[in-house]
Design a protein around this ligand. Structure first.
Ligand SMILES: C[C@H](O)[C@H](O)[C@H]1CNC2=NC(N)=NC(=O)C2=N1
Length: 96
C-alpha cells in the first residue's frame, strides 16, 4: 500500500516533537554533529542498517565530525510517516 503524503499540519506537529529538523522543499534535513569523524561513520552505518530494514533510505552527506541526513519518500513525491519514523530512528541512534 502506498504511504500517503503528510499534510502541512501533520508535518508541523510532528517536527515540533523532533529536534533540529528543517523542511527544505520535499525533504526534511538535519546535520548531526559528532565528537570524532569515526563517530559520524558509525552513525551512518547504524542508520544505513535501520534504513535497509525499513526499505526507506536517506540521502547522507558525510563531513568532518558531521553527517547531514535528508529524508523524503520518493515514491510518494514528498514527505510521509516513513520519513518521520526514520528521523526518530536517527535521533535514537545519535543519542545512544
Ligand atoms: C523498490 C523499493 O521499495 C523502493 O525503491 C524504495 C527504496 N527506498 C526508498 N527510499 C526512499 N527514501 N524513498 C522511496 O520511495 C524508496 N523506495
Amino acid at each position: 500500500m502506498k504511504t500517503p503524503l503528510l499534510s502541512s499540519e501533520e508535518l508541523t506537529a510532528s517536527l515540533a516533537t523532533l529536534n533540529g529538523w528543517a523542511v527544505e522543499g520535499k525533504e526534511i534535513v538535519k546535520t548531526f554533529k559528532f565528537a570524532a569523524y569515526l563517530a559520524g561513520i558509525d552513525f551512518v552505518s547504524k542508520l544505513g542498517h535501520a534504513a535497509e530494514a525499513m526499505n526507506h533510505h536517506p540521502d547522507l552527506i558525510v563531513g568532518w565530525r558531521k553527517v547531514t541526513v535528508k529524508l523524503s519518500t520518493h515514491s510518494a513525491g514528498g514527505l510521509t510517516e516513513l520519513d518521520l519514523t526514520l528521523a526518530r530512528e536517527a535521533e535514537k541512534i545519535a543519542s545512544a
